[in-house]
Design a protein around this ligand. Structure first.
Ligand code: ADP
Ligand code: MG
Length: 336
């Protein structure tokens, strides 16, 4: 009688040990929190290679900022192009530039990655103030994506004072770089946020909150349940200031140089591509509900647009995955 009991106990102990080893290996979790690209990058990676990925992600994002995207690095591709008024670029840079040019074109110029001189006049990141009208009009005239030409690996500037700025796309580009790192590794699932743009990786559905655009408390008005996508939000609540009783925010109308004024307060775009989700959230914000939804459809992306009268418009493909968490809002399926 004793022997079978011992055998069962031994088998159970071996199974438990095997499970713990398996669990410790495949469910190895690494947390990520660091500051780069002027923002906080945070996340959780689960899988045997999680720690390795966390280290690689850190160095890749620091490199992406200092070697490619930063306007303020002395060696980044963007800074060198601005300084030298054009030049040769890497295939990696050419690829990202291609996406920005495409969104600029398809949005009819409402998205424009050449507004650096215009946004500098607003000083949103230091001491924001309404610029002088004449200086703003001059900067608007000098800007314009159609004044950039690309031939092979060479970029040329056809305007003296134009400054390119990847600010509306950088966080999404970072998500694409992060996904490439995770793809080649033993990773079961991951969630990584780059300043609010989020990558959900690994097939498992996760809920992501849509921030309350009227509160600084970080509370949510709705949640979407998604897997294997990038999610970016552009909101008029970010980087804003008040002058003489009027509010100004950082998403600019390329035609006037002033902050966009329409009935939108936030736009969230869901796409497999991080760069696209980030560009399109800004582009759709500037375009407004009707044209913004058209652009999202053209790219085959899902979008959630929140208006100042607390309506949440969701495209067909994301509508059933969206749930209101604040009863003051109304969810409407947008027929596109
Ligand atoms: P955030 O940087 O807060 O995530 P966005 O992705 O919407 O927000 O990008 C806003 C940034 O994009 C601005 O700070 C500015 O640098 C730049 N920008 C502002 N207006 C436009 C525009 N119409 N087209 C392209 N870029 C813009
Ligand atoms: Mg953006």
């Amino acid at each position: 009688m004793k022997k079978p009991g011992i055998a069962v106990a031994v088998i159970a102990a071996v199974a438990l040990a095997a499970f713990l080893i398996y669990d410790g290996f495949f469910n190895k979790t690494a947390s990520l929190t660091f500051f780069a690209m002027d923002t906080v990058i945070s996340g959780e990676i689960i899988g045997a290679d999680s720690e390795k990925c966390a280290d690689e992600i850190k160095s890749a994002i620091v490199r992406l900022d200092s070697d490619i995207l930063s306007r303020h690095s002395d060696k980044s591709a963007v800074a060198l192009l601005n300084k030298n008024r054009g030049g040769k670029v890497s295939p990696e840079f050419r690829n990202y530039l291609g996406i920005l040019i495409d969104v600029s074109r398809k949005s009819g110029g409402k998205f424009d990655f050449t507004l650096g001189a215009v946004s500098d006049l607003w000083s949103f990141t230091s001491n924001p103030a309404v610029p002088e009208a004449e200086a703003l009009a001059d900067a608007v005239t000098s800007s314009g994506y159609e004044k950039i030409s690309v031939s092979g690996d060479t970029v040329s500037f056809e305007s003296e004072n134009l400054i390119i700025d990847f600010g509306a796309a950088g966080k999404g580009i970072a998500l694409d770089e992060i996904r490439t790192i995770l793809d080649g590794k033993n990773v079961r699932e991951a969630t990584v946020s780059v300043g609010g743009s989020v990558l959900i990786y690994g097939g498992k559905e996760k809920a992501v909150g849509i921030r309350n655009p009227f509160s600084n408390a970080g509370d949510h008005i709705a949640k979407i349940t998604v897997s294997d996508v990038c999610i970016s939000t552009s909101g008029s609540y970010e980087r804003r200031f008040e002058e003489n009783g009027k509010e100004y925010h950082h998403i600019l109308d390329p035609e006037t140089g002033y902050p966009v004024e329409n009935n939108l307060v936030s736009v969230t775009v869901v796409s497999e591509s991080g760069a696209l989700s980030d560009c399109l959230s800004t582009a759709c914000f500037v375009l407004g509900v009707e044209d913004g939804m058209k652009l999202a459809k053209e790219y085959g992306c899902e979008a959630i647009l929140v208006t100042s009268d607390k309506k949440i418009y969701a495209t067909h493909g994301i509508f059933t995955s969206t749930e209101i968490t604040d009863s003051g809002y109304t969810l409407i399926e947008y027929e596109n």
